[in-house]
Design a protein around this ligand. Structure first.
Ligand SMILES: C[S@@+](CC[C@H](N)C(=O)[O-])C[C@H]1O[C@@H](n2cnc3c(N)ncnc32)[C@H](O)[C@@H]1O
Length: 288
């Protein structure tokens, strides 16, 4: 089995839980199981480890990787807030938000503007909403809203209109159709491909990523035992803002004590080896 891409901020995540006696742990975003493997190795005292992912392909891969801990690992197909909401009490929670390299790299999942695939972008293939539906059916105002709110695309209106104009001629079916529809209208940001922010916006909408992140952090905080810890890795400003605001609000309610005043970022060495880690930020907190 080839292991895809290194888990980000791995040492920094391990440091959050270092010295703790952890009996139960929830990895809310199991992915390829990289963080899970390291946490299980560092904490042989763990009795129950629950790995959640809404992508069944990720669960299948992680299952193979985590075979050495077969007796203690349970797999949950669904969102982390669902996995954490069953009245569970745990000592540690990890949420490594966003999309995985596996999802991005497989053109047939439709997440990437490089290569051609169907306009899908669902992390959970059983979910109802697809990118195809958004791009072909949503009204201009709704497209503008997600392009602004989830993509921070400076030319949101122009991009929305370009999508509407293209779909009038022919239904948009593939990632390539979308890239061509917005060519000339989308600007993106410096150093980024012009389609980056549009694809980000649609992907976040398809998977309700920001709403899910907030629900997951709240469910994680609720599930923690006193003294238990939660670590959250985000990949862009919008996610980090949610983690920051949730932690702040839960600190005011004396539910959580933040352990990171400022988010922890990857070292230069990590970014060099794994360029995808460059925008990662880690925040952690302890249950009061
Ligand atoms: C960045 S990857 C996680 C990588 C993982 N930490 C590792 O070491 O391999 C994010 C994973 O979380 C999943 N995911 C994203 N949002 C989720 C949510 N709200 N609930 C459950 N899984 C989610 C994605 O399907 C993806 O597999």
């Amino acid at each position: 089995m080839t292991i895809p891409h290194a888990p980000v901020l791995l040492n920094e995540v391990l440091a959050v839980f270092d010295g703790m006696r952890i009996l139960s742990f929830v990895d809310g975003t199991l992915g390829a199981g990289g963080h899970a493997e390291a946490i299980l190795s560092a904490h042989p005292e763990i009795e129950t480890f629950i790995g959640c992912d809404r992508d069944p392909d990720a669960l299948a891969l992680a299952k193979e990787r985590l075979l050495p801990w077969k007796g203690k690992v349970k797999f949950f197909h669904g969102t982390h807030s669902e996995g954490l909401s069953s009245g569970l009490k745990v000592d540690g929670v990890l949420i490594d938000a966003g999309v995985s390299s596996m999802q991005l790299d497989r053109a047939e999942r439709g997440f990437s503007f490089q290569g051609e695939g169907p306009l899908d972008m669902r992390m959970n293939p059983e979910a109802r909403l697809t990118a195809r539906e958004i791009v072909n059916r949503w009204r201009e105002e709704d497209l503008v809203r997600i392009l602004k709110d989830f993509g921070e695309e400076p030319r949101a209106r122009a991009v929305a209109r370009a999508i509407l104009a293209a779909r009038k001629k022919k239904k948009l079916e593939t990632t390539r159709d979308l890239v061509e529809a917005i060519r000339g209208a989308a600007r993106g940001k410096k150093h980024l491909h012009f389609a980056t922010l549009t694809f980000q916006a649609i992907r976040i909408a398809v998977n309700d990523e920001l709403g899910e992140l907030e629900k997951g952090i709240r469910a994680g905080a609720e599930a923690l035992e006193t003294g238990g810890r939660i670590a959250v890795i985000s990949f862009h400003r919008l996610e980090d803002r949610i983690a920051k605001q949730c932690f702040r609000e839960l600190a005011l309610k004396e539910t959580l004590q933040p352990l990171t005043k400022k988010p922890v970022e990857p070292s230069e060495a990590e970014v060099k080896v794994n360029p995808r880690s460059r925008s990662a930020k880690l925040r952690a907190a302890e249950k009061l």
